[in-house]
Design a protein around this ligand. Structure first.
Ligand SMILES: C[S@@+](CC[C@H](N)C(=O)[O-])C[C@H]1O[C@@H](n2cnc3c(N)ncnc32)[C@H](O)[C@@H]1O
Length: 296
């Protein structure tokens, strides 16, 4: 059995695939998310590395796939952990993949990363035969995740491992009694977003264990990683909080009270004395759930 990842610049199913960092236009819609994914990667780098180190991979994988790779937080951690591996990084977003290729080139890793632009809900891309598949915060985006899990099972090498990482919720930054004039504002914003997400992403927060078993996997291990960083916080955490709250505002503004919206705008106004960047009490609180599932 060969474990060679695909090499052609375009595969037969019309997905765009790149070995090197060619630029294919600009996609402003994804700029915000690209920035947050990059900040997320920097802030949580150690935690992601510890999750990968924990995976019961067995022999060092040579071919790895990162599904819904975003800008590559998992891809780069996997390349570091497995120095002889190549990673096939798949995402629907051309902008995220472009960013990933830029980072790969800057770090001298371009020859170990192969990007594939594909909608995993549509035609399945050629992944080669990976011994490890990683999917972080992406499976809940799928319209039919059970079908995707079965496809991953079919693509993996026998004995290979599928790591599903999901967020229990979006990160929190403010103390519960903040801001002073509108305590609990952050939770109210998340409550609004949660209501939207129930409709748009019904699989968010699912128990992936039974789904993986139904797809033919043996779930070997499961873990919850709790992240709690600061205070005091770094300048990086401040930027991460600011970007995240900006994004939250764009999703929640219409459903917030006028008072909450005013308080949120003051937090987001970097010139205001109430700016989130001037607070000394920020922390990053978030959780990741991980399932390690074997193709037996
Ligand atoms: C929350 S981000 C996670 C990115 C990265 N794995 C991480 O851990 O930071 C979800 C990613 O899944 C991608 N995605 C969502 N639906 C997809 C689909 N149907 N096919 C391929 N990628 C998809 C998005 O473009 C986005 O990059």
């Amino acid at each position: 059995m060969t474990h060679t990842p695909p090499r052609a610049s375009h595969d037969h199913e019309g997905h765009t695939a790149h070995r090197h960092g060619a630029d294919h236009g600009h996609d402003h819609d994804h700029d915000d998310q690209t920035e947050i994914l990059d900040l997320d990667a920097e802030v949580l780098a150690e935690h992601i590395a510890s999750l990968i180190a924990w995976l019961p991979v067995g022999a060092e994988p040579r071919h790895v796939a990162d599904l819904g790779c975003g800008t590559g937080v998992g891809t780069f951690a996997l390349l570091k952990r497995f120095p002889r591996a190549e990673v096939t990084a798949v995402d629907a977003s051309a902008a995220h993949l472009r960013r990933l290729r830029e980072k790969a080139a800057a770090e001298g890793l371009a020859d170990r990363v192969y990007t594939v632009q594909a909608d995993l809900d549509a035609t399945w891309p050629d992944l080669g035969t990976p011994e490890l598949v990683w999917a972080s915060a992406s499976m809940h985006h799928m319209t039919d995740p059970d079908r995707v899990l079965r496809r991953v099972h079919g693509a993996l090498a026998p004995g290979g491992l599928f790591a599903v990482v999901e967020l229990a919720g979006f990160p929190r930054f403010l103390p519960e009694d903040a801001p002073e004039d509108r305590p609990g504002l952050e939770e109210r914003c998340h409550a609004v977003l949660d209501r939207h997400h129930v409709e748009q992403m019904p699989h968010r927060g699912a128990d992936w264990g039974p789904k993986l078993t139904a797809a033919g996997f043996t779930v070997e291990a499961e873990r919850t990683l709790t992240v709690n960083i600061g205070p005091p916080h770094t300048e990086l955490v401040g930027r991460y909080a600011l970007s995240s709250l900006r994004r939250i505002r764009s999703g929640a503004a219409e459903s917030l009270s006028a008072e909450d919206l005013t308080a949120l705008d003051q937090l987001l106004d970097t010139d205001s004395p109430r700016s989130i960047l001037r607070r000394g009490d920020l922390r990053v609180r978030t959780e990741r759930e991980v399932w390690a599932a074997r193709r037996t």
